[in-house]
Design a protein around this ligand. Structure first.
Ligand SMILES: *[C@@H]1O[C@H](CO)[C@@H](O)[C@H](O)[C@H]1NC(C)=O
Ligand SMILES: *[C@@H]1O[C@H](CO)[C@@H](O)[C@H](O)[C@H]1NC(C)=O
Ligand SMILES: *[C@@H]1O[C@H](CO)[C@@H](O)[C@H](O)[C@H]1NC(C)=O
Ligand SMILES: CC(=O)N[C@H]1CO[C@H](CO)[C@@H](O)[C@@H]1O
Length: 462
């Protein structure tokens, strides 16, 4: 019996390795061709920049907030990891946050569409009438007609363009959009498809003026931003593409109560609607990432690492361990980690749980510092940071990981096609980064926020 067990392990390993090799070879052949031609991250106008002083003034003019709420809000601000250059909608900056209108939301979107989408067409040889598929993802604003129609209208797109608008799918919606694009490409293959993906978030309709602490966090983190990307399945364009999509995996852990309620839109005790963010958020992110990785890992890690994992798994099983623990070394298959810069706590949790170091998460931290949490578009800013720093070289592998309400973790693997060095939206500030500390240097001025630590226990981790 013992002998059989002893031999079973190497045999199992050999079988697993062979199956894996055959399987990945087949899936590589089968895999859709989806190339990223180019992308543009939106840089809002200078007059929408918000400094610590402006954020403090804004909080102080909210008459709902008492001293204890202000103290709480400022403490969050001081630890949020945001710098002095993030952007807010002009309606809020003009002091109209109490009475933001439907038109304000449209204005916010239009400014982005005009700048980023037009910028993208200007950067490539393609025009709006070349687009076959248009996917727009905006979470909390779904007007009639939808935003996809608004873009098709503004740019005079063809009448056979297939347009999708994705809403309510949280910060990980960028990869939901990519998944849609990839599926259309597969369905239409071998006919080539040109796809435009537009990812952004509006702040105006979601602005929260109440006093529920779990809902105040958003104000300190969410900032204006957006990105537009052009993708193709035409192999003839491979030479000018920036990256090739290798594999995309989606995971939703909504069956778990805590994960499901980690980010929730609801009314507070005064019936003011807002987004509550639960302390359980970093845990939900780690759980969703683990669920995602389980399916992604076979496609992204080299055979030797998979064999090592299989061996470790078999060994633990043979020892009849109750809980099998697998330490995946992601770095064997990934050169760059492009993580959603949602907040400091999520970045820290992912770093700790998946064996990453500070250099791996630097692009995400710096993106949070420069642009804030720009929701679904944040990964594009992170990618632009890596590119701007000249770190993306031909053949490099980039793992893009997004998190969002649901709770979802969608991730994908890109292969870099050529050396990239476009500074994009970072052009005027890339040399100032990385900053040594993302702690807010101006909070000393408001030292009274630390006078009383009584309400620290209710501070959700950022
Ligand atoms: C956070 O989630 C837990 C568990 O799902 C729940 O009991 C708690 O009420 C939530 N807190 C807030 C502030 O929503
Ligand atoms: C909130 O709305 C509910 C249902 O309409 C109502 O019963 C309650 O009194 C409202 N609360 C406040 C504080 O206005
Ligand atoms: C980032 O912003 C989005 C919405 O804009 C929100 O769903 C998400 O929870 C935020 N991330 C964190 C860590 O707060
Ligand atoms: C899938 C999805 O989010 N569809 C939305 C598209 O836009 C319309 C109008 O803006 C919404 O009502 C849909 O929910």
């Amino acid at each position: 019996m013992e002998l059989i067990r002893l031999f079973a392990a190497p045999m199992l390993l050999a079988a697993m390795a062979t199956t894996y090799l055959a399987w990945t070879a087949a899936s590589r052949r089968r895999g859709s061709r989806c190339y990223l031609l180019d992308y543009v991250c939106y840089k809002p106008p200078e007059n929408q920049k918000v400094t610590t002083d402006m954020a403090v003034a804004m909080a102080e003019r909210n008459k709902h907030l008492g001293v204890s709420e202000l103290r709480y809000l400022f403490r969050l601000t001081s630890r949020g990891g945001l710098g002095e250059q993030t952007y807010l909608p002009s309606g809020v900056l003009a002091g109209r946050e109490k009475c933001l209108t439907h038109q304000d939301a449209h204005d916010e979107m239009d400014a982005f569409f005009i700048d980023a989408v037009a910028g993208l067409f200007a950067k490539t040889v393609f025009g709006p009438r070349d687009v076959d598929v248009l996917v727009v993802n905006v979470n909390i604003f779904c007007p009639q007609p939808c935003l996809a129609s608004r873009i098709a209208h503004r740019y005079g797109m063809r009448d056979d363009v297939v347009a999708y608008n994705v809403s309510g799918m949280g910060c990980s919606a960028t990869l939901v959009s990519l998944d849609i694009v990839q599926n259309v490409m597969r369905a239409r293959s071998p006919r080539p498809v040109l796809a435009l993906v537009v990812s952004t978030e509006v702040l105006s309709p979601g602005w929260y003026e109440g006093t529920d602490r779990s809902m105040m966090l958003g104000l300190c983190l969410f900032r204006c931003g957006g990105a537009a990307a052009l993708l193709t399945s035409d192999p003839a364009l491979r030479g000018c593409a920036k990256m090739k999509l290798r594999r995309l995996v989606r995971a939703t852990v909504a069956a778990n109560d805590d994960a499901y309620s980690a980010i929730f839109q609801r009314e507070d005790a005064d019936n003011i609607t807002g987004f509550s963010i639960n302390k359980t958020l970093p845990k939900a992110a780690v759980q969703a990432f683990a669920a995602n990785l389980k399916r992604l890992v076979p496609y992204i890690l080299p055979a030797r690492e998979l064999v090592r994992l299989a061996a470790s798994f078999t060994w633990q099983k043979m020892q009849r361990r109750q809980r099998v623990k697998i330490d995946v070394n992601l770095k064997t298959g990934v050169d760059h980690f492009c993580l959603h810069s949602g907040g400091v706590a999520v970045i820290d949790a992912v770093k700790k749980n998946f064996g990453l170091n500070e250099a791996d998460v630097e692009p995400s931290r710096m993106t949070l510092h420069r642009w804030g949490n720009t929701s679904a578009s944040s990964v594009w800013y992170v990618l632009a940071y890596m590119e701007g720093k000249g770190r993306l070289k031909r053949g490099d592998r980039v793992l893009m990981v997004t998190f969002g309400s649901g709770f979802k973790c969608n991730s994908c693997m890109w292969d870099v096609n050529r050396d990239l060095a476009d500074k994009g939206a970072w052009a005027d500030c890339i040399d100032e980064y990385p900053v040594e500390s993302t702690a807010n240097p101006y909070m000393d001025k408001y030292s009274w926020i630390n006078d009383n630590a009584d309400d620290d226990s209710t501070l959700p981790v950022l």
